[in-house]
Design a protein around this ligand. Sequence first.
Ligand SMILES: Nc1ncnc2c1ncn2[C@@H]1O[C@H](COP(=O)(O)OP(=O)(O)OP(=O)(O)O)[C@@H](O)[C@H]1O
Ligand SMILES: [Mg+2]
Length: 328
Amino acid sequence: MTRVVGLTGVTKRYPGGVTALDGVDLAIEEGELVGIVGPSGSGKSTLLHIVGTLDRPTSGSVEIAGFDVAALSDRELSALRARHVGFVFQAFHLVPGVSALDNVAEGLLYSGLPRAVRRRRAAEALERVGLADRARHRPHELSGGQKQRVAIARAVVGDPELLLADEPTGALDSASGESVMQLLHDLSAAGSTIAVITHDLEVAAQLPRRVRLRDGAVVEDVLGSVPPPVRGGAAAAGPPAGAAEGCGSTGGSGPAGAAGGSGTAGGWSGTAGGPGTAGGWSGTASGPGTANEPRTTGGPGTANGPRMTGGPPWPPQGRVPDDAWTGA
Ligand SMILES: Nc1ncnc2c1ncn2[C@@H]1O[C@H](COP(=O)(O)OP(=O)(O)OP(=O)(O)O)[C@@H](O)[C@H]1O
Ligand SMILES: [Mg+2]
């Protein structure tokens, strides 16, 4: 398994004394779909910018797609970014007055490919996001959800190793937001490595791994999609009822175990992407594996790797605080 992101002891201090990140260790392996959650100001966007090499840390090391960021000049960093990283932002950042096709083709501007090839690839990317029939529309002729799909097409048109999304559903109504998240899950199932910041409780719960920040530090890093907690102590054992629906698995065999592609109605059972994790959602508190086993950041393995098997029972005893899925 290839490590796409490796952060060690990353600290970011802004002028004026704000410590936005404080000793963050984070490893993301190829094929993972990771949610970044945490309260406003906790450092999520700062983290994403550093992972995306838009910004450099004050201290600590950052390795992206095998490159040590500190060893690269700004120019080399731009090249690394252009080739290996795709970004999606809450506010879309499409070029106004320019067709969806050309907005997507812009994602290949620094690829060295001829314009005709860029446009052909852009058309294919638009098809991937289900917008082939809107290629000639300009941003103001698209709905919010469609704009975000165009932005995602632009981000993935160059087949980056890493797709980073900062609140991609933040400006969308819930239906459009769902379809954008579905698209991210589909891209993940097809092999993309994705980190997505979200405040949305349900969105976060459906991601196979969540990293929670508070005051610039990783305070939790859990595996396995889980539904929102039931307050008051109910649903103490086994995956709660919504699990099958949310994770595309029924009968307790487990979405993670089905990863690699049973492709059920949920459409994203393949997102966990790999072997292993059998029984991770066994449906019993004593089953092997765990739906949300806390993991050590920076460690080996992946969200879907063998580490999940043999983990502590579900739910983890007292290790997931109540606000774990609230983004708080
Ligand atoms: N350019 C900057 N200069 C100074 N301080 C900054 C800068 N950018 C962010 N900060 C501070 O760093 C901290 C982390 O900000 P960041 O944008 O990463 O938070 P966030 O978790 O993304 O929040 P939100 O959910 O509101 O987007 C905040 O306290 C913020 O005020
Ligand atoms: Mg932010």
